[in-house]
Design a protein around this ligand. Structure first.
Ligand code: DXP
Ligand SMILES: NCC(=O)COP(=O)(O)O
Length: 260
């Protein structure tokens, strides 16, 4: 099946399928089967965030999904994680085996972090961290892998992200999701729109993710036009428990289309 190319690509994060699978030694539910069903339903990509504690995605999942994505040449594989922990090893291994991901999303999580809750802080006092990121971004580029930096919606920080060589930023959308439906929603959307514009002005494309769902996705994309990719996991997999993968993915694609 050929995926439609909407303005915004949907990358399904399958972490939570692995989380459920890991509670037994039976290999169900299958992570690769979940990814296949999402791709068959039209998702434009698959995302994983292999955390160092392997609470959900494990090393073999990263490799099996890379193998699977080879059979879907018009779809993208996005691997998220902290490049100072385990992420670079995955990227180097996959590239050495001819299965490089399309995109690496660098996330500043600590080892064992509950879930991602902030983007990179690239202000002057963290110059040391920025210095360590630059060569890793260059290494990804040399391997043919696009780099996206996970960032708070701070317009002022976008030039610094670009100066490190980032191709994209992924805007951390939890503050918008938490404000959705309340008095702060409009102000949050303004912040995100300004940050997205600043990123584009600096020469980067914009991704978004964290706690996006069927209720808040269309509103976000209407207020923040031009987002290249949304990566969605927790809510989408929860919806799939009720609706099935295919119906769920189709409904998220509808949410994206409704914003176009
Ligand atoms: C960077 C980001 O927002 C996602 O990777 C999110 O953190 C998913 O991770 P968990 O599924 O471990 O919560
Ligand atoms: N980059 C965000 C992601 O992959 C999924 O986040 P969530 O939908 O699980 O909150």
């Amino acid at each position: 099946m050929t995926a439609m190319i909407p303005t915004t690509a949907l990358s399904v994060n399958v972490n939570k399928v692995a989380l459920l699978r890991n509670t037994r030694h039976l290999d169900i539910p299958s992570v690769t089967r979940a990814a296949t069903l999402c791709l068959q339903a039209g998702a434009q990509g698959i995302t994983v965030h292999p955390r160092p504690d392997e609470r959900h995605i494990r090393a073999h999942d990263v490799h099996e999904l890379a193998q699977l994505l080879k059979a879907w040449p018009d779809r993208e594989y996005n691997i998220e994680g902290n490049p100072f922990h385990n992420l670079m090893d995955f990227i180097r291994d996959l590239a050495a085996q001819g299965m490089r991901p399309h995109q690496a999303t660098f996330v500043p999580d600590s080892e064992g972090q509950f879930t991602s809750d902030h983007g990179w802080q690239l202000s002057n006092h963290d110059a040391e961290e920025a210095k360590r990121l630059r060569p890793l971004i260059a290494e990804c580029h040399a391997l043919g892998v696009r780099v996206s930096l996970f960032m708070d919606a701070d317009a002022q920080a976008m030039a610094a992200a670009r100066a490190l060589g980032a191709d994209r930023v992924e805007l951390y959308t939890e503050p918008y999701a938490a404000a959705h439906g309340g008095g702060e929603q409009a102000a949050q959307l303004q912040r995100f729109a300004a940050a997205a514009q600043a990123a584009r002005d600096a020469g980067m494309a914009v991704n978004a993710g964290h706690d996006l769902n069927r209720d808040n996705l269309t509103g976000f994309l209407c207020a923040v036009p031009g987002v290249k990719e949304v990566s969605i996991g927790h809510a989408l997999i929860a919806d799939a428990l009720e609706l099935g993968y295919a119906a769920t993915v189709r409904d998220y694609l509808r949410c994206i289309r409704d914003a176009a």
